[in-house]
Design a protein around this ligand. Structure first.
Ligand code: CA
Length: 503
């Protein structure tokens, strides 16, 4: 078995050209050769107001770019046919297609209805007005363009807990008072008092008709697209009991274990781990605290103690459920959760997620392909350019072929840390020594074991040009440049990588 690696095949500002599914299909072969085993595709369903964002403002879960709704047939990424074609293309290259499952909210209701509501404090949703007032909001979803095909379920106020409206130049949040309940659903965490409400019309999973519709949709979606797993969006805002039930239902119905990773966006590892435990550990969890450690390390440069890079992370506490990443579409420049890891630190961060035993790593699209886009603020436009992470392809191939075997750590200095992988018999030429520094040029004695006795190693990234020869125990003094990473592997192994990449 090769080491698994996920690739996030989009970013927030990927162009609205309806060509993402096609582009992904075309890239499947290249990504497969780089060792990508899973591809996370953006939400495939119709968004409110068409194609202006990647698909998180969900309008109709049953419209994968098939019906003329919200001013368009295709979604931002293409048509339903192209989506299915893309997934088949990934399967031909033995890549699993992971679907982005956005179930917390809906946007763009077709009709308004009147309802009794209580306004809540946006900063603390447990605080609310005593009096119930009547408002009119867009909570009826009849999907006139789809005309009941696949499902005739009509969503109305009984299917939602709350809504927001722009009034007096600010967003105001209202808790709907109806038969199903008059309060928010219970959350595990007390962020914002209660963070059930995120945006749009917030779906009420206490409603049994809603839960049935979501199961029916899940069956339809998997049968029609053949996706292999789920990336559950915004689980912090959804009661874990719903996903427990939904995941169990999908497993039972299809008699299959689906890959699953959940996005619980929090800097607190305990909150993430509680949700994971509540799901019976059926899901990997985004290691958001590790991302924030990378972000800190990037900013603090040499003042960051590299021995603490894994402190307070999911990776340290619950490693078998840690889904590791450097950045994503929410943390990239311009986004609401912006916390972009500094460019110089990105290669170090990738070595920390790709070349170690623990964690299921994910690579972000612009880090391999680059990206250019404009941020708009009022009349002003700010051009942003993301350039590919230097050495990323080398690291992906080292992960696929050589980063195997026991791991031994040398996290013994505040700026220069390293580790070795001792290799295994089943993977020819496997084993590596990784050294990184967030300060000056550094060196460290590290031992790879007898398998590496008297061998010549080179830094596959090309950051260091010398060759290093190990002693009879496979030990040598390895070196790294300042603010850099060096990945030392057998010379023959490095040749194989250069051949594969053609440079
Ligand atoms: Ca919610």
């Amino acid at each position: 078995m090769n080491n698994p690696t996920m690739f996030q095949f989009f970013h927030w500002y990927y162009p609205d050209d309806g060509n993402l599914w096609n582009h992904c299909k075309e890239q499947a072969e290249r990504l497969s050769k780089l060792g990508i085993s899973h591809i996370w595709l953006p939400p495939a369903y119709k968004s409110a107001r068409g194609t202006w964002e990647p698909g998180y403002a969900v309008y109709d879960l049953f419209d994968l770019g098939e019906f003329d709704q919200q001013g368009t047939v295709r979604t931002r990424h293409g048509t339903k046919e192209q989506y299915i074609d893309c997934i088949n293309g990934l399967h031909q290259h033995n890549i699993q297609a992971i679907a982005d499952i956005v179930l917390n909210h809906k946007h763009g209701g077709d009709e308004t209805e009147k309802m009794g509501v209580r306004e809540v404090n946006t900063e603390n949703r447990k605080e609310m007005a005593d009096e119930v007032v009547e408002i009119e909001a867009h909570t009826r979803f009849t999907f006139p363009g789809r005309k009941g095909k696949y499902s005739d379920y009509v969503w109305d106020k009984e299917s939602f807990t709350g809504v927001s409206e722009m009034m007096d130049n600010r967003e105001r949040i209202f808790l709907i008072q109806h038969n199903m309940g008059d309060n928010w659903d219970q959350m595990l965490d007390d962020e914002m008092g209660n963070f059930d409400y995120l945006m749009g019309a917030d779906i009420d999973f206490r409603n049994p008709f809603v839960r049935d519709e979501m199961k029916k949709w899940g069956e339809w979606y998997i049968e029609n697209t053949n996706i292999d797993g789920f990336r559950l969006d915004a689980v912090k805002h959804i009661n874990y009991r719903f996903f427990q039930e939904w995941l169990y239902h999908m497993k039972e119905h299809f008699k299959k274990d689906f890959f699953c990773v959940s996005e619980y966006w929090s800097s607190k590892k305990d909150a993430i781990i509680s949700y994971c435990n509540a799901l019976g550990k059926q899901s990997l969890m985004y290691d958001v605290p590790l991302h924030f450690n990378f972000f800190d390390a990037g900013h603090k440069k040499r003042d960051f103690d590299m021995r603490s890079i894994f402190d307070d992370t999911v990776l340290k506490e619950l490693p078998e459920n840690s889904f590791t990443f450097v950045d994503n579409h929410d943390s990239q420049p311009g986004q609401s959760l912006e916390s972009y890891v500094d460019f110089w630190f990105q290669p170090l961060a990738y070595s920390l997620i790709l070349l170690r035993v623990k964690g299921f790593p994910c690579v972000f699209y612009p880090h391999l392909y680059g990206a250019k886009y404009d941020l708009e603020q009022g009349e002003e436009k700010y051009p942003i350019e993301i350039v590919p992470v230097p050495g990323l392809e080398y690291m992906l191939l080292v992960r696929q072929w050589f980063a195997y075997g026991d791991e031994y750590d040398y996290f013994d200095h505040s700026n220069t840390v390293g580790w070795v992988r001792k290799g295994i018999d089943e993977k020819e030429l496997s084993g590596c020594a990784v050294l990184l520094s967030n300060g000056d040029e550094g060196h460290k004695d590290m031992e790879l074991g007898d398998r590496f006795a008297g061998k010549t190693l080179v830094d596959v990234t090309g950051n260091r040009q010398e060759k290093i020869t190990t002693d009879e125990h496979g030990k040598a003094t390895f070196v790294v440049n300042g603010e850099s990473v060096s990945i030392w592997i057998l010379e023959e192994a490095a040749n194989r990588i250069h051949q594969q990449l053609g440079y």
